[in-house]
Design a protein around this ligand. Structure first.
Ligand code: NDP
Length: 300
């Protein structure tokens, strides 16, 4: 069955009697965002301003974290953003991490600070994140950033839910008055996404592991976002025909990476759907670059 690429095509909202859901191409949308950020950075530098600078802090030796940080540095370089690499051995005290964050807060060459998570055992990640100046909090995870987001005050918003919002907007989906259901209430994804969807005037329900009759709640959604970290937890019975389905899940198993949505079961009845991989995943780094640019701008 051929999938239609919904990107740039106002085809969303078709019902299940057609060729199935249109595919929301996160790779293409992320590439467009990265181009936009690159152009804005180039214009800024051409105007005499310094390039934005992203300071990354990597504590310990987690191999996956090393890969993530390296890919963030590559993405920064492509967009013309300076990256400043800081590493701390896992056996250093929390106080040393906090002192480094204070130094970066005070450094005018640093527009954004990214503390790569998870931290090794013994570190208090929440306290470290809260030490980041909210104007430089490009992950948008500090208590102040989260509070500002909920109060609709200017804030740098968390990258993965921002990526979900971009996918929804750039696919031509009208959120005003729509019923949106999120499966997952994490601080990283579900909760901030609820604030963003609410700010876009959707009617928002947040589900979690104790939700009764999850399928019935999800089946009311015009926009359904799966962010529960459970492979293929969302099946056909969870989806209203014609709904937009955004799959945040990244689950690594014997068959490679799969999402939280049973793509094969849902694609025939949904209106639009993100693939995994190639949906939300590429958006996270694109939003990190955009946050770093915003952090460098005086108004941010
Ligand atoms: P968490 O494990 O922090 O949270 C999972 C949430 O889902 C919890 O609120 C949990 O409920 C809920 N949940 C778990 N099982 C069920 C279930 N069977 N039914 C309903 N709700 C359930 O995960 P994250 O939010 O960090 O990540 C979610 C997924 O998104 C993961 O697959 C992760 O890998 C992926 N991810 C992808 C990113 C990207 O860039 N694309 C970035 C970040 C995450 P409760 O609160 O009751 O425990």
């Amino acid at each position: 069955m051929g999938l239609t690429n919904v990107y740039g095509v106002p085809g969303w909202g078709r019902h299940g009697d057609g060729p199935g859901a249109a595919l929301i191409d996160g790779k293409a949308i992320a590439a467009e965002m990265r181009r936009e950020v690159g152009e804005a950075v180039a214009a800024r530098v051409a105007g005499g301003a310094p390039a934005p600078g992203l300071a990354t802090i990597l504590v310990g030796d987690d191999p996956a974290s090393h890969l993530y940080v390296a890919s963030k540095h590559r993405a920064c370089a492509e967009a013309g953003i300076e990256s400043i690499d800081h590493r701390l051995p896992a056996d250093r005290p929390q106080a040393e991490l906090l002192a480094l964050i204070e130094d970066l807060n005070a450094d005018p060459a640093v527009s954004g600070i990214l503390l790569q998570l998870p931290l090794p055992a013994g570190f208090d990640a929440g306290a470290a994140i809260d030490r980041i100046d909210p104007r430089k909090d490009v992950d948008g995870l500090s208590t102040l950033s989260v509070g500002r987001l909920w109060r609709s005050q200017p804030a740098l918003a968390p990258c993965t839910p921002s990526g979900v919002m971009e996918l929804i907007h750039r696919s031509g989906c009208e959120l005003e008055g729509a019923t949106a259901v999120i499966v997952g209430r994490s601080e990283l994804v579900g909760k901030p996404l609820a604030a963003m969807l609410l700010a876009a005037n959707a009617t928002v329900t947040v589900c979690h592991s104790r939700t009764r009759d999850l399928a019935a709640v999800c089946a009311r959604a015009d926009v359904l976002v799966a962010a529960c970290g459970q492979p293929a937890a969302i099946g056909r019975e969870h989806v209203k025909p014609g709904a937009m389905v955004i799959d945040v899940g990244i689950n690594r198993g014997p068959d490679g990476v799969v999402g939280d949505v049973d793509f094969a079961a849902v694609q025939p009845i949904a209106g639009a759907i993100t693939p995994v991989p190639g949906g939300v995943g590429p958006m996270t780094i694109a939003c990190l670059l955009r946050n770093t640019l915003r952090a460098a701008e005086p108004a941010a």
